[in-house]
Ligand binder design. Structure first.
Ligand code: NAD
Length: 296
């Protein structure tokens, strides 16, 4: 069994980005600027956005966190989105989800300028993805493809089962893997909460991508020998031996599943770091488009 090391691979991606930023600076350009908007005090969201801002520092981007109170109105958030759309010093920004219930997430996502939508969630960007056009690829699926690439895990003609149909992970993942291009060309099954006989489906999978949000949901009896397992889930479970009283686990029963597989991602240290690295890559991409040059 080989561990798919997301931390190490993400570091490689970030180093490449850092080099590109240094070259742009050397050419007299400003550096890329990414803004993260967080509404409310969801602890997990705060921790995610802080890691994103920290990662920006590491690669030499300008970045800042706009942290707003939960009571902000939808109109006030839409005004901020407009301001960021019009701010020429901002290359890209993210509005961290989930938003408080009184704010319509779709309204906010639709208001984001697609050219600055570094999460790749805007319908224009998702539409381009579906049509295999140049676009901003949502960071988590992009990170998973990059990880498969890094370990030369072929997807052509493979049976891939993606479990979870969210707009940010499962659905774009299924689109990418079925595209007619390298690290696509798979036969993709998209399973979800209404799927019947999931075990029969997963047992036939060469590659399983689990994005469900249920701790230890994928068990060893659900997979075939030598399958490749990508665990997207981040679930907190009680753990009295930890100072904070909990630990993070994936959607996969790692201890048992890892005995049977050829490759598997750990949680933490698998898909999570890749997501952040690809957000930075998306930001570099939109920045280079704006300044009209790319260094590769
Ligand atoms: P979500 O929470 O929006 O949806 C969960 C999906 O799981 C749904 O599509 C649902 O149909 C499916 N599902 C639920 N029960 C099921 C069942 N019994 N059988 C089959 N399918 C079932 O999904 P999300 O936002 O994609 O998040 C999924 C998990 O991935 C969460 O744990 C989240 O924290 C994590 N996540 C991790 C990263 C990362 O960078 N590692 C990024 C995004 C999300």
């Amino acid at each position: 069994m080989i561990l798919l090391d997301g931390k190490e691979t993400a570091l490689k991606v970030k180093n490449t980005i850092k080099e590109a930023v240094t070259k742009h600076k050397g050419n007299g350009q400003r550096v890329p600027n990414l803004i993260a908007v967080l509404v409310g005090d969801n602890k997990a969201s705060l921790s995610y956005v802080k890691s994103k801002v920290k990662a920006c520092d590491m690669v030499g981007f300008d970045s800042s966190l706009i942290h707003l109170e939960t009571i902000i109105t939808e109109k006030q958030l839409l005004d901020l989105v407009q301001k960021l759309n019009n701010d020429t010093a901002v290359d890209g920004y993210i509005v961290q989800l989930p938003l408080p219930k009184h704010i319509d997430e779709n309204k906010i996502l639709l208001a984001i300028n697609p050219a600055k939508d570094v999460d790749g969630f805007h319908p224009i960007n998702i539409g381009k993805l579906a049509l295999n056009l140049d676009t901003i690829i949502p960071a988590t699926p992009y990170g998973i493809i990059t990880l498969l690439q890094e370990y030369n895990i072929e997807t052509t003609s493979k049976n891939v089962v993606v479990i979870g149909r969210s707009n940010i992970v499962g659905r774009p993942m299924s689109i990418l893997l079925s595209q007619n291009k390298p690290y696509g060309n798979a036969t993709v099954t998209l399973a979800h909460s209404r799927t019947k006989n999931l075990k029969e489906i997963t047992q036939k999978a060469d590659i399983i991508i689990a994005a469900i949000g249920k701790a230890h949901f994928i068990t060893a009896d659900m997979i075939k020998e030598n399958a490749v397992i990508i665990d997207v889930g981040i679930n907190s479970i009680p753990d009295a031996s930890r100072k904070r009283g909990y630990r993070l686990v994936g959607d996969v029963d790692f201890a048992n599943v890892s005995q049977k597989v050829s490759f598997i991602t750990p949680v933490p240290g698998g898909v999570g770091p890749m997501t952040i690295a690809m957000l930075l890559k998306n930001t570099l991409h939109v920045y280079e488009k704006r300044i009209g040059m790319s260094i590769s």
